[in-house]
Design a protein. Structure first.
Length: 119
């Protein structure tokens, strides 16, 4: 079982940067995919970026070129470097671990960290 804890959220001005971290209590080596998702008030939770166990990354169009996802299996952590932040990036950001492609494969979520981009 994996417990995930996000940190690094806060308030930043437009154009600024933040780095989010996701720390796992267990090994993330079993997470074939890890990802960052975000949920703005009144909206659904949506994909921001994912990274596979082999390091392959994928980004939502809205963040491509501004955000960078990373994972460190040895330290059981995942990061999200966010640059050139925009007000529309304001949301609660969640990290996720997916352990398999089968429907019954366990998935784990963190509790979320708030990011607010405002002048």
């Amino acid at each position: 079982q994996v417990q995930l804890v996000e940190s690094g959220g806060g308030v930043v001005q437009p154009g600024g940067s933040l780095r989010l971290s996701c720390a796992a209590s267990g090994s993330i080596a079993n997470c074939i995919y890890m990802g960052w998702y975000r949920q703005a008030p009144g909206n659904e939770r949506i994909l921001v970026a994912t990274v596979s166990s082999r390091g392959r990354t994928k980004y939502a169009d809205s963040v491509n070129g501004r955000f960078t996802i990373s994972r460190d299996n040895a330290k059981n952590t995942m990061g999200l470097q966010m640059n050139s932040l925009k007000p529309e990036d304001t949301a609660v950001y969640f990290c996720k671990c997916t352990t398999g492609v089968a429907v019954e494969s366990p998935i784990y979520w963190g509790q979320g960290t708030q990011v607010t981009v405002s002048s």
